[in-house]
Design a protein around this ligand. Sequence first.
Ligand code: RP5
Ligand code: MG
Ligand code: MG
Length: 279
Amino acid sequence: RMMHTKCRSEFYPSSSIKRLQFPDSLVPWFVDFSNYNPPEYNSPNLLNKTWADPAINDPEFNPKWNMLNGKINRQSHMGTYEIQNGRPLNPKGRTGLRGRGLLGRWGPNHAADPIVTRWKLRENNEKLIDNLTNKPILQFCAIQRKDCGQWALPGGMVDPGEKISQTLKREFMEEALNSLEANAEECKMNEKMLKDFFENGTEIYKGYVDDPRNTDNSWMETVAINFHDDNGEHVGKFDLKAGDDAVNVHWMDVNKKIDLYASHSELLKNVVDHLGAHW
Ligand code: RP5
Ligand code: MG
Ligand code: MG
């Protein structure tokens, strides 16, 4: 169950809430676990936030599960999810915690992750080759998350009605170029430079993310797209600057030892296979 472990860790992030612990064999909903009675957590900070759903028992809340609900996408990349007692069920199984925790949406919470890569170069601009694997070393644009301090992709939530291509560019600009604090002129310049680059991406993954914030009733999903600067003449030359929910940003060497937030290391492994890079 590679893709369903971080969301079962004992301590729920940014809280003192503990998840119910149980053996892997009891994760699937179809396996009988009749006395399963996990705690419930709903972050009080979500109430009355325009970007979040109301409480599940709010009489005004009439979500259309498994559908495009106005501008809110309540469809899952994983197929149809089940509804039990009026609540969506995590398609990967039990997590030991009920409620929506820190997540804004009941059911799927849609994100997009830009995987921006370049080759690691020697001083003479030749690709740096790993001695053992004989393969070129890839670097990706990594950010350090403010919420947990872990290194991650500069991804973020898809706003209602927003195109994924827009989310990818916007989040990259916010978290890796600090566009929220840049002046209008700098923003325009960055946007112009990124326009063509972000046009040619390769879809790497679409689906469930093993995010530590997931619960039995709310979970993260993403679309991860690789944007590769093959000659390092484009975004590979950018001056990165952390912003918004990122506290640090840098070009990180990619190999099997990288330990990233949620399922982000697995996403990078897919890029490595795709580009024939060192791992
Ligand atoms: C992860 O959370 C996704 O892969 C994406 O990177 C991120 C989106 O959440 P925020 O960065 O907006 O918190 O599951
Ligand atoms: Mg963001
Ligand atoms: Mg983010």
